[in-house]
Each structure stands twice: as C-alpha cells, then as structure tokens.
Design a protein around this ligand. Structure first.
Ligand SMILES: [Zn+2]
Ligand SMILES: [Zn+2]
Length: 211
C-alpha cells in the first residue's frame, strides 16, 4: 500500500519533468499541500457545511461555503463525453471552500488539453477507484458536481440551482427553463433565445406519430 502511494506521487513529477519550462515552476508536487488537497491536520478550522461522497465512498469531501459562487449547466462536447450525460451541472467554489478527507489520495486527474492523466490545470478530477466525477479544477476555482453533495432540505437544494446554461450551441437536448443560454462561456459569448415549451412538445409529438 505504501509503495503504491509512493508511485502515485512520483508519477506526475515524471510527466512534468519532460515539459518543464522556466515559467512553469509551479508544476511540482506543492499543490498537494495547498487547498483543496491539504490534509486535515493542516486544516482543522474548516467549517463542514456540506458533505459529499463518490459511489464507492473512498473519496469524501466537505464544503465550508453554504452557497456556491455560481451554478451552471454546461452543454459542451467535452462535458457530454466525459460525463456520459447530455450536459454537466457544476457549482463554482473557491479552492479554500473545499476539503478532501484524504487530500489528493485516491483521486485521478485528467487534463483534456493534452489528454494526459496528470495534475495539470485545468483538469478533471474523479475517484481513482469508481470514477465518479468529483470536480473540474481550474487555476483559482473549482467546479463541483452537486449530484453527489448530500442536501436533504428542499430549501437548501435551491442554493445549488443553476443561473444559466453555457455552451448551449453544442446542446443535444433543449431545456425550456427560461434561464439565460450562452453560446459559449457566459458573458464571453452571445445569448441565445430560449425554446418555448410548446415547440418542444410539437417536435416530440411529431416524432411519436412518425415513429
Ligand atoms: Zn469512488
Ligand atoms: Zn463543458
């Protein structure tokens, strides 16, 4: 077990040693000691408001912030394929708002830009064992996937309700919820017109008759 952990810790170093550049000296193992991966001993004043676990329960984390900074649905192709779902639901938090029970242990990392399984930001983070998606880690923020956050009170579920849809141009389903729909990243792209519920029903109804 100890040997396995050692290997996991050395692996990112080897990858990065090949692509090291002068401006990329942040690319070492320091990230393991910083939020959100610092371990309990170094983080004992953390206020645990929300709890989340992956499917196999090997990965457990807490959030210290009641409401995310923002919440959105992403319809981009990457999210569709990586989540095996029509779109992704993500809630934005500061890295300091998040704390993993075992730090970076038991987590798998994937960088979509170079298609490598190392901790190079921005990257996708999942459980290394059951592969439950945990979050997208950016340079300053994390996008948590609220589906695994334990929220029992219906009033509290509203805290995580998305404000908008992003990359809606790449959608495979129409969502007629009246929320703003951006073609790409929000505020950095164009707003699209919402689809009227009658239009969706009309399409579905016609398909049913024809099929
Ligand atoms: Zn798991
Ligand atoms: Zn996306």
């Amino acid at each position: 077990m100890a040997k396995k952990q050692e290997q996991q810790q050395q692996q990112p170093k080897d990858h990065l040693a090949m692509s090291r550049t002068p401006e990329a000296n942040e690319n070492n193992d320091d990230w393991r000691e910083k939020p959100p991966y610092r371990t309990t001993e170094k983080n004992d004043h953390f206020d645990k408001i929300w709890t989340a676990k992956c499917s196999c329960e090997r990965v457990k984390y807490w959030l210290s912030r009641e409401r995310p900074l923002a919440s959105k649905y992403c319809h981009c192709r990457d999210c569709q394929s990586l989540h095996g779902a029509p779109f992704q639901w993500a809630a934005v938090f500061h890295k300091e708002d998040l704390h993993f029970e075992k730090g970076a242990e038991g987590l798998a990392f994937y960088n979509t830009a170079d298609k490598q399984t190392h901790h190079k930001l921005p990257c996708k983070v999942s459980c290394a064992y059951c592969h439950t998606p945990i979050m997208d880690e950016g340079r300053n923020m994390v996008l948590m996937f609220p589906g695994i956050i334990k929220v029992d009170n219906p009033d509290h579920k509203k805290f995580f309700e998305p404000q908008c849809h992003i990359f809606y141009k790449q959608r495979i389903v129409d969502i007629s919820d009246g929320k703003p729909k951006w073609t790409g990243l929000d505020e950095d792209s164009d707003l699209m017109e919402d689809v009227e519920p009658e239009d969706i029903e009309a399409v579905v109804g016609r398909d049913k008759v024809d099929g």
